[in-house]
Write a protein that binds this ligand. Structure first.
Ligand code: PMP
Length: 399
């Protein structure tokens, strides 16, 4: 039988992410590819205790819940957000199945095929795929280490009248970059002036290596009573465990209402068992202390990886990130195509993500993303040694 799939699903390029994640499952492969947290540091016992408490609530804990999300959990998240300067009442927060679903629902609410979405360059691959899946015209705004170029942004807003702008201003995936306060303030002003929605995706904001630095979210910079154009999304994936698939989106009540409507048709609500367990976890477990422990460990791992790259003379430059989970490498030889290099790397038992997948337009092919959080330091050294072997054993500049 001939299968007539929709145009949008046929156009969706899921291959890149799926193939990358498959690489991490090869037994002998040391993978720096996935954006995975360190398993040794999952608060396994506390999560187990939280689930026990859910079942102690009786059979009602297994019932359907409301689409907006488990109310006590939303209250706890609002309290945590307040500490980041993000003010939201219960009508302004929607629980989602990971922040990935927040990106999807926001897109469902705003994008008509042909609408333009502005993004950073490079940016999070799976967000690109969502926008393209809804038929958006995805346009890159020039970006540097301080964030988007605001002149280019203004020109592109004028020219394309985008439905929204999508940014990851704090420890971006893939670059690890943090926007300067000027650019954060600047984009907020521009969005207010041009009445453009800004999606602030913040899964890594709490993975900080310098607690003294200011990592204010763009959402929190809005201090007036008028409309805040920012939709803020974050997740428990990086600070608790990704398997819980729980994230949230905060924003203007009128937008949240539409997102709730979209979620009703998507999955009715996120898992009530997971949401209730997270509520107990937030109430009874010292999550802040846990975040400090993982940040300390990730900082060590990041330092170890940058040291190893130097020690094994990997011919690439990287700006050391002050948080998040990734190193972004630019190979000294600009003729290297890291997508081709990956094939040889996998043959040599090591994996990374070629930088090309994070661009929609012309890609910087001599770039790669390395995750430093998942692999313990001993294995990390073996992996970087293998990477060195890949570089030193090739005479073909295309590889
Ligand atoms: N946004 C960014 C920038 C990410 O890197 C990720 C996960 N890799 C997500 C959103 C989605 O995370 P989750 O659905 O697990 O919350």
């Amino acid at each position: 039988m001939k299968l007539h799939f929709s145009e949008s699903i046929q156009q969706l390029k899921t291959l890149a992410t799926r193939e990358i994640l498959k690489l991490t499952q090869g037994n002998d492969i040391i993978s720096f590819a996935g954006g995975l947290p360190a398993e040794d540091f999952f608060p396994e016992k506390a999560i187990q205790e939280a689930f026990t408490k859910v079942f102690e609530q009786g059979k009602n804990s297994l019932q359907y819940g409301i689409t907006e999300g488990h109310t006590p959990l939303r209250e706890e998240i609002c309290k945590r957000m307040l500490l980041k300067g993000i003010q939201a009442n219960l009508d302004q927060i929607q629980i989602t199945t990971g922040s990935q679903q927040a990106i999807d629902l926001i897109s469902k609410v705003f994008i008509n095929p042909g609408d333009t979405i502005l993004i950073e360059n490079p940016t999070y691959l799976a967000a690109l795929q969502v926008f393209q899946g809804y038929g958006a015209n995805v346009v890159e705004v020039s970006s540097d280490d301080d964030g988007m170029d605001l002149n280019d942004l203004t020109q592109k807003i004028n020219h394309f009248q985008p439905k929204f702008i999508y940014v990851t201003p704090t420890f971006a995936n893939p670059t690890g970059r943090v926007w300067s306060s000027e650019r954060k303030q600047g984009i907020l002003q521009i969005c207010k002036e041009f009445e453009t929605i800004l999606i602030e995706d913040d899964p890594y904001g709490e993975i900080q290596f310098n607690k003294a630095a200011d990592y204010s979210s763009i959402y929190s910079l809005h201090s007036t009573n008028d409309f805040n154009p920012v939709l803020y999304t974050s997740t428990f994936s990086k600070i608790v465990a990704p398997a819980l698939r729980t994230g949230w989106v905060i924003g203007d009540q009128r937008i949240i209402q539409q997102i709730t409507k979209a979620k009703q048709t998507a999955d009715i609500h996120s898992s009530m068992i997971d949401q209730q367990a997270l509520y107990f976890l937030l109430k009874d477990f010292d999550l802040d202390q846990h975040i400090i422990s993982i940040c300390n460990e990730y900082k060590l791992r990041k330092e170890k990886m940058t040291h190893l790259l130097h020690q094994y003379e990997i011919p690439a430059k990287c700006i050391e990130p002050q948080g998040g989970m990734f190193l972004w490498l630019t190979m000294e030889d600009s003729t290297i195509n890291s997508a081709e290099l990956l094939k040889r790397a996998v043959q040599n038992g090591v994996a990374f993500v070629p930088g090309t997948v994070f661009y929609t337009g012309e890609a910087e092919k001599n770039t790669m993303r390395l995750n430093f959080t998942y692999t313990g330091v001993e294995q990390m050294e073996v992996g970087i040694q293998r990477l060195q072997h890949v570089f030193s054993s090739t005479s073909n500049p295309q590889y």
